[in-house]
Design a protein around this ligand. Structure first.
Ligand code: HEC
Ligand code: HEC
Length: 279
């Protein structure tokens, strides 16, 4: 623990000694529906007793933005995605709605992703979307963190809002989950730090002006006030790796997919909050 403080200090990141969970006693409601934001950690987590939604660690003002869809800036992009869902694109002359009656058919999907498919491949929502675009619509792939993709995965994720995260980690997922776990605990970059150094050992502490969370992904894609757009899971992983001066993996890479599976499994028991709001 001491070593980590020294490393944080070296990086100009000041950690305060007392762990505080600011919003521990505050209740997240969205459109007046109550949400579970802390719960006993899943059995596979060895070093953490309770898991907390990232919402818990944000300021009152940021928290409030997520509590009403009229105030939540993410909905601008969700509304655009509804238009995209209904718009014909590509050589087959089809729209998403030509085959999927409405976004609501995707209810439940987000809560179980990523998952291993029948061919033993780990699949993520952006890949499922792009697969439909290239194989079924004759349309171009969307960029992983581009505006169209982020909006569409926001719209798909929203259908599972309030559902409990339940990502499978056994059977065919085991080897990829283990690879993700390894990456989570692996020290990298000039600062020689792992995800766990911040999000497991130091959650609740301050890093510069930022209140460190457990780095959960149950609210993604997330609207960030910092860049005023929807941010994807792999986009966030990339940002954290850059902050410790490591060379980030590519969005959509096997490494980030395995890491996503592992990090998602650390949220097992929390609720999907897509689209969340962060600083
Ligand atoms: C020509 C028909 C067709 C079009 C157009 C199409 N899809 Fe699909 N899509 C399918 C089929 C078939 C499947 C696989 C079976 C299923 O899960 O419904 C699928 C699967 C999916 C899945 C995975 C669902 C699951 O539960 O596993 C997602 C997400 C998805 N499509 C999103 C989209 C989006 C977004 C668009 C528009 C950009 C789109 N699709 C366009 C036919 C289509
Ligand atoms: C130097 C400390 C540090 C390291 C190491 C680090 N992060 Fe972060 N991370 C942050 C800070 C600061 C934030 C913004 C505040 C927060 O939500 O914790 C953040 C945010 C996140 C979030 C968004 C959480 C939310 O609720 O919106 C995720 C996900 C995340 N990190 C994942 C990772 C992963 C995966 C790794 C390892 C590849 C990693 N982080 C490494 C500091 C770090």
């Amino acid at each position: 623990m001491k070593l980590i403080k020294i490393i944080l200090a070296m990086a100009g990141l000041v950690a305060t000694p007392i762990v505080t969970i600011a919003g521990e006693d505050s209740q997240l409601t969205i459109n007046e529906e109550p949400f579970v934001t802390s719960v006993a950690a899943p059995a596979h987590l060895e070093n953490v007793d309770t898991i907390y939604s990232g919402w818990t660690f944000r300021t009152d003002e940021t928290q409030a933005l997520q509590m009403d869809d009229f105030d939540n800036p993410a909905f601008v992009f969700i509304d655009q995605a509804i238009d995209t869902f209904n718009a014909v694109d590509g050589s087959a002359g089809k729209a998403c709605v030509s085959c999927h009656e409405s976004p609501e058919v995707f209810k439940g999907l987000r809560a179980s992703m990523p998952r291993v498919n029948g061919s033993g491949e780990l699949e993520t929502i952006p890949e499922l979307v792009n697969n439909c675009r290239t194989e079924r619509m004759g349309a171009e792939k969307w960029k992983w963190s581009g505006g169209k993709m982020a909006g569409m995965i926001g719209l798909i994720g929203l259908q599972s809002r309030g559902m409990t995260v339940d990502v499978a980690i056994n059977g065919p997922a085991t080897s990829m989950w283990e690879k993700g776990k390894e990456l989570y605990y692996q020290r990298v970059g000039q600062l020689d730090m792992s995800c766990s150094n911040c999000h497991e050992d130091n959650y609740g502490n301050m890093i510069r002006a930022d209140h460190l969370s457990q780095g959960q992904i149950n609210g993604f894609p997330t609207y960030r006030l910092k860049n005023a757009k929807l941010n994807t899971i792999h986009g966030r992983f990339k940002g954290c790796m850059k902050n410790i001066r490591a060379t980030p993996f590519k969005e959509g890479s096997d490494e980030f997919k395995a890491l996503e599976l592992y990090v998602a499994s650390r949220s097992n028991g929390l609720m999907i909050e897509t689209p969340s709001v962060r600083n």
